[in-house]
Ligand binder design. Structure first.
Ligand code: FNR
Length: 387
């Protein structure tokens, strides 16, 4: 592959579309319903301009960031993406490896095909994301297992009360697990690099992947019963449940999927150590507002609790805009998976490096040397009058 052709995160999607079978690409690229929420995530960043300041010494620009007791090389991380080992060989391990090599956080998805213990062993600083099972005993067993694996930060995703309608994924022939068919076999043959390098290599070396890998708990009263997909059970979760988790989990607790400022306040009142403003990359409620739009309102309600954001981050300038509106760190979803599929850990590292370089360049042009100098004063709404 000609790496020099990849100049930005936006170059990854068309290459991944060629490399991956249609159902696998369809699953990643898909959004809920008509894709309005996903489009508005990207468009929200275009609503703001960044103001330059000149003739300031910017020879020492640093993107270093402190968050939740950890120091990161940049305020950029990898969002949790389910089934990543379907598109990239050993997907979660590759993503965690690239992130830790760059000193950046990575959130492992609870809907992974790789056991959490394996990722924790390889990259102990990885954060673990869980969906809440419907039964309290299942929640308890899950938390025990996450604790035992050695994770220090638990991310609970709260925006999947109902199963989304991912129409593009369905039209592309995606199902979980993938259903064998002539069409699927054809797709495999048309994408031999993926077939041999990811799919068959996984099966030969590690056996058939198990969807419920991270929810089955040996010895506890938990059955490997579609926990991640059983949305009727998931719909039962409420703030009382979150409080119970807070009481059980001694590590850092981050709540992902907050948009309403009142929910931000509730999450903080229930003991959250951090919030991720997110509409799940536009994959849950179509017409949900973009996280960037809600960010300043959430930040106001969150008080001292750090607020992070994901959805539509593709450029260094997007990172700077989110920071200017109060985010402490942003996560990137789809582009990291595309990179992992195309070229494993080195390609993910390249994607993260591109984003960090763009951010550094933007900070220099804005006359800022440190992330804490990025403030609302750096932003200009295109339609607003100056001053
Ligand atoms: C996701 N996302 C997600 N979130 C989560 O909390 N747990 C999960 O298992 C998944 N799975 C998942 C799969 C795929 C294929 C995608 C694209 C996304 C949502 C993800 O963490 C994040 O919120 C968005 O992807 C961010 O938007 P961008 O960067 O993809 O625009």
């Amino acid at each position: 592959r000609r790496w020099q052709d990849i100049l930005s995160l936006q170059d990854l999607e068309p290459l991944a579309r060629q490399h991956l079978p249609a159902p696998v690409f369809g699953y990643i690229a898909s959004a809920a319903d008509s894709g309005q929420a996903m489009r508005s995530n990207a468009l929200a960043f275009e609503q703001f301009d960044l103001l330059t300041r000149v003739l300031r010494d910017v020879s020492q620009v640093s993107t270093e960031t402190q968050l939740l007791g950890q120091t990161f090389r940049a305020p950029i991380g990898i969002a949790p993406v389910g089934l990543s080992a379907l598109s990239a060989y050993r997907g979660d391990l590759v993503l965690a490896q690239a992130a830790s090599a760059h000193g950046l956080p990575m959130i492992m998805s609870g809907s992974s095909l790789i056991a959490m213990e394996e990722v924790a062993r390889q990259s102990p600083q990885t954060w673990f994301q869980a969906y809440l099972p419907g039964q309290m005993e299942q929640v308890q067993a899950l938390i025990e297992r996450v604790k035992h694996a050695g994770f220090s930060t638990l991310v609970i995703t709260v925006d999947t009360q109902a199963q989304p309608k991912l129409e593009f994924a369905r039209r592309s022939g995606f199902s979980a697990p993938l259903r064998p068919s002539v069409g699927l076999a054809m797709q495999g043959l048309l994408h031999p690099r993926w077939l041999l390098g990811t799919f068959l290599r996984t099966i030969v070396k590690h056996g058939m992947p198990h969807f419920e890998n991270n929810y089955a708990h040996r010895g506890a009263a938990i059955v490997a019963k579609n926990v991640t997909r059983d949305f009727s059970e998931r719909g039962r979760n409420d703030w009382k449940r979150l409080q119970a988790i807070r009481d059980m989990w001694p590590g850092r607790l981050v709540i992902k999927g907050i948009l309403h400022p009142d929910d931000a306040q509730l999450a903080c009142a229930h003991g959250a150590d951090g919030l991720i403003v997110s509409n799940h990359g536009g994959r849950q409620l179509d017409s949900a507002p973009s996280p960037l739009r809600m960010l300043p309102h959430v930040v106001k309600q969150a008080g001292k609790v750090p607020v992070m954001l994901d959805g539509g981050i593709r450029r260094g300038t997007d990172v700077v805009k989110a920071l200017a509106l109060g985010a402490q760190l942003v996560f990137v979803g789809r582009p990291c998976i595309y990179a992992a599929a195309l070229g494993g850990a080195p390609a993910v590292a390249l994607a993260l490096q591109l984003l960090r370089d763009e951010m550094t360049r933007a900070m220099a042009m804005m006359g800022t040397n440190h992330v804490h100098e990025i403030s609302p004063d750096c932003l200009l709404h295109p339609h607003a009058a100056w001053a």
